[in-house]
Design a protein. Structure first.
Length: 467
């Protein structure tokens, strides 16, 4: 591979004479004549980067020689890094995510212009847990990388991909399952303007005829976790899915980076918004709001839009965040699970009277709280959404029941999630009867607070026995 890189860089020198270069493949019997323009050399350097990754040979001088000394790197969850030391750190962190990783080089789509090479393609492999990807149902292996060059070395490499490669973040999976005027500008300018119009319509929430008229009838859309959709009806379905995921979304349109070539417009930029549960992003610590859209046009209509972004916009996927960003020690996987266990055990200690404290104070200001049952008959059951409502729940609960036994048999922890299983025995005061049942208690702990509390018991039998 060092020899190949040497050939590539030699080709760069010959380009100043307008000559042609020979690029030898790994099979020395094949000689492929290529147009020795600087753009072609840059494309080959970008390709060489992926060849290095595929071969596992990306920790030697020939690998680092692909980059300038002040190269800038971005990857979702990992964030930004600078210099060859940053490239090394990036490689070390990302390797922790995968047992293996392979790029399908023969399926790459290269968009080349000036000193920029955009690579759109598919990757496959297995994450650290051994789960293979893609499955082409919730994980698709799609990625897009934007390379900027200084001469024939990579000066900027921004990677746009769903870092939950295997689709194991089930919450995100579940959440995700414009008028324009013709003018005298060139077709390329019309395409760029229509790409911009797409974002302006999305930001304004104007999903009207003007929005749908930006697309061809058979438009194809891709978004991580959501997957692929076809036609304008597919665009509509995607909008519905996103409305169940985000309260608001805004793109920094004025600072977009456009890369246009032939009938393709690539838009690289920043976005911000508010999730459906009210969390603002990015925080520019673990959530960065970076995205890259690849638009393909038929005339001046969008025929394909593939969106490359981390769908976990607010960085609530703590496990992958910890593996990609070891510098944030509080996000270490073991520490996350330790915090989860501490809060859950404290909850039961306070509830049992072993420790003084307020149960309500363990909850976040906004919470997903649910205890199913007959709300007309049992005033303590039902959903709650705020800390104050949770505080009222415990008051009403202990006004109506007397706990005889509440034994937690075991607690299972997975990151910020916990499940407790046990047995309870309570006197329902209104009926002066004892209710015995097994229970399952589901918690989610985030930033040291309970954000999800679901308590499950045999509510049907409770309703039948209390008469």
């Amino acid at each position: 591979m060092r020899k190949q890189l040497s050939i590539i860089l030699t080709c760069a020198i010959i380009t100043t004479n307008g000559a042609y270069a020979q690029q030898f493949t790994k099979n020395s019997k094949e000689v492929i004549m290529v147009n020795n323009s600087q753009q072609e050399v840059q494309r080959l350097v970008a390709q060489s980067y992926y060849e290095k990754i595929n071969s596992g040979n990306f920790n030697d001088d020939s690998y680092y020689d692909l980059f300038t000394e002040d190269v800038k790197v971005f990857y979702p969850k990992f964030g930004f890094a600078e210099g060859k030391a940053g490239v090394k750190k990036f490689g070390e962190q990302v390797r922790k995510l995968f047992n293996n990783l392979t790029f399908e080089l023969d399926k790459f789509n290269f968009i080349v212009t000036n000193n920029t090479v955009v690579v759109e393609g598919v990757e496959k492999g297995a994450i650290h847990k051994g789960v293979a990807f893609p499955d082409n149902e919730v994980s698709f292996g799609k990625f897009c990388t934007v390379f900027e060059f200084e001469g024939n070395r990579i000066k900027r490499m921004y990677c746009y991909v769903d870092p939950d490669h295997a689709g194991v973040d089930k919450e995100v999976v579940a959440l995700l399952k414009t008028g324009y005027e013709h003018d005298s500008t060139s077709l390329k300018e019309k395409q760029r303007k229509n790409a911009e119009a797409y974002f302006r319509k999305v930001d304004a929430g104007e999903f009207d005829n003007g929005y749908y008229n930006l697309f061809t009838e058979d438009v194809e859309l891709y978004f991580p976790k959501f997957g692929y959709s076809k036609g304008k009806e597919g665009i509509k379905q995607f909008g519905v899915a996103m409305s169940g995921f985000l309260q608001g979304l805004t793109h920094d349109i004025e600072n977009f980076n456009y890369v246009a070539s032939n009938n393709t417009v690539v838009v690289e930029g920043n976005e911000k918004g508010v999730t459906i549960d009210g969390k603002s992003w990015p925080d520019n610590v673990t959530a960065f709001g970076k995205f890259c859209n690849v638009f393909e046009f038929e005339g001046d209509l969008i025929k394909r839009v593939h969106i490359y972004v981390d769908p976990d916009v607010a960085s609530e996927d703590m496990v992958r965040m910890a593996r990609l960003n070891q510098d944030h020690k509080e996000k270490d996987v073991n520490l996350i699970e330790q915090t989860t266990r501490t809060i859950v055990e404290e909850f039961y200690e306070i509830q049992s009277g072993k420790k003084e404290g307020s149960l309500a104070e363990l909850f976040a200001d906004t919470v997903d709280f649910d205890l199913a049952g007959n709300e007309e008959k049992f005033p303590w059951v039902g959903k709650r959404h705020t800390k104050k409502e949770v505080e009222d729940y415990f008051k009403v609960l202990y006004q109506n029941i007397k706990s005889e036994k509440f034994d937690v048999e075991f607690i299972a922890i997975n990151g910020e999630n916990a499940v407790a299983v046990g047995q309870l025995s309570s006197v329902i005061l209104k009926y002066d009867k004892v209710f015995n049942a097994q229970f399952v208690n589901i918690f989610k702990i985030r930033n040291g607070k309970i954000v999800k509390y679901h308590f499950m018991e045999d509510s049907y039998r409770l309703n039948e026995e209390m008469k």
